[in-house]
Design a protein around this ligand. Structure first.
Ligand SMILES: [Zn+2]
Length: 418
């Protein structure tokens, strides 16, 4: 009883990032022809409407979050253009509050029971994630190295884990994986941690993946944004460096210097897809750049984890043209999609970013491929949970283990071919 009261006290004293979403509604909108898609595209340029996704397929709904003050006008617009829509959540604040309380209690539970700082029953804070990496380096010194190649704008340590099979051979080929470039996509860092867990703590089952390859993993690219989604604004996407007097943050995945800013990125600092004042304006993207360039030649597979939408995307993001080697990349992505489909039945769409989704320049995947010369470069969009970016704690383990099937299959294909 005492323990319960103590936990409750702890839960109540935590500021909730859900509080800022009272009265927010989530809409699903069907645009069933090209004209209606165009209308949605134009609506998405209005920064008051937060489009969670914008699928190309005519039968797939687009999901939008709208704050209370804009809802009447938004609904009028949808009616004016005869767009079919449904309110799928009429108070996001309520849902997020429940989810956050559940996450807090799952975190407390795992702190009491688990031997490590993380579990796959809760979404963990950045400090817990870093502590887990350090614990692994200590427990498996012959196979794990953890370094801190730099800090975020708010001075958080960006920890990088290098996983080997411990045979002492240097200069092996490299698989580079990162996650959490977008703050609100919590399932992506969770997945990166699950990959780390599999390669390190379940080494015997996965040692073939480490025979000729080292894995280098940056599980949280944007820790300032990630922490901000835990403490203040759950649906934050960008980094946290101030840009103008009123707006913070840059879309780190529009900030890489390859056809930077040419398409699908905003010049307006308040926008969710703000490309940055210059290419590589953010310490976090500079750090990823330097790591990728450091592996030029050795780096064979770059995989960046996002959510959501069940996509395996490859270059280019800046143009609908395909790289001459697109068939190689497509075969790897397809191997991932096939493994997931036969494992759990979950379907992924495979294709180039521009052709499957929409053009957006300045992404890390184009940069890894075209500048750092990783021959295979893939963006993986994990499935939606909750209203999209907020899977429940019970969904974490099924999602991360399903996704691991795909990542393992893609890595195996790369190892066979390169
Ligand atoms: Zn993303």
């Amino acid at each position: 009883m005492l323990l319960k009261a103590f936990s409750l006290l702890l839960l109540c004293s935590v500021a909730l990032a859900a509080d800022s979403y009272d009265g927010y509604k989530i809409y699903d909108i069907i645009a069933s022809n090209a004209f209606e898609k165009q209308i949605l595209l134009r609506l998405s340029n209005n920064m008051d409407y937060d489009f969670f996704d914008m699928p190309r397929a005519f039968d797939a709904a687009s999901r939008v979050m709208v704050q209370p003050k804009d809802q009447a006008e938004f609904e009028l617009l949808l009616q004016k253009f005869n767009l079919e829509y449904a309110v799928i959540n009429d108070n996001l604040g309520d849902s997020l509050r429940q989810e956050q309380l559940e996450n807090q209690s799952q975190r407390l539970l795992s702190q009491r029971s688990a031997s490590r700082s993380i579990s796959f029953t809760a979404f963990h804070r950045h400090a817990e994630i870093n502590a887990y990496l350090d614990e692994l380096a200590k427990a498996y010194p012959s196979r794990v190295t953890v370094t801190t190649p730099g800090q975020s704008y708010e001075n958080r340590d960006l920890k990088l884990i290098t996983i080997t099979n411990g045979d002492g051979k240097t200069g092996k080929k490299v698989i580079f994986l990162d996650a959490g470039i977008h703050a609100r996509e919590w399932i992506a860092p969770a997945e990166a941690l699950y990959v780390i867990y599999q390669l390190v703590e379940n080494f015997a089952a996965n040692s073939a993946l480490l025979k000729d390859y080292d894995w280098v993993i940056l599980p949280v690219v944007n820790p300032d944004g990630y922490e901000y989604t835990h403490t203040s604004t759950r649906m934050w996407r960008k980094t946290r460096k101030p840009v103008s007097s009123s707006c913070y943050g840059t879309d780190a995945n529009r900030n890489f210097d390859y056809h930077w800013g040419e398409v699908g990125a905003s010049s307006y600092s308040c926008a969710d897809t703000f490309k940055g004042e210059t290419a590589f304006s953010e310490p976090e993207t500079q750090l990823v750049r330097d790591l990728l360039l450091g592996y030029k030649g050795r780096g064979k597979f770059y995989l960046t984890l996002h959510s959501y939408g069940n996509y395996l995307l490859y270059p280019y993001g800046w143009t609908s043209a395909l790289p001459t080697t697109w068939r190689d990349i497509d075969a790897v992505a397809q191997a991932g999609a096939d493994a997931i489909k036969s494992g759990t039945g979950t379907k992924y769409t495979v294709g180039s970013s521009t052709n499957v989704l929409y053009a957006a320049a300045g992404g890390s995947d184009d940069y890894a491929f075209a500048v750092a010369e990783f021959p295979i470069s893939i963006t993986m969009e994990l499935p939606a949970g909750g209203t999209g970016f907020d899977p429940t704690t019970a969904q974490i383990l099924p999602y991360v283990s399903e996704t691991w099937l795909g990542i393992k299959a893609m890595a195996q294909k790369v190892i066979e071919e390169f």
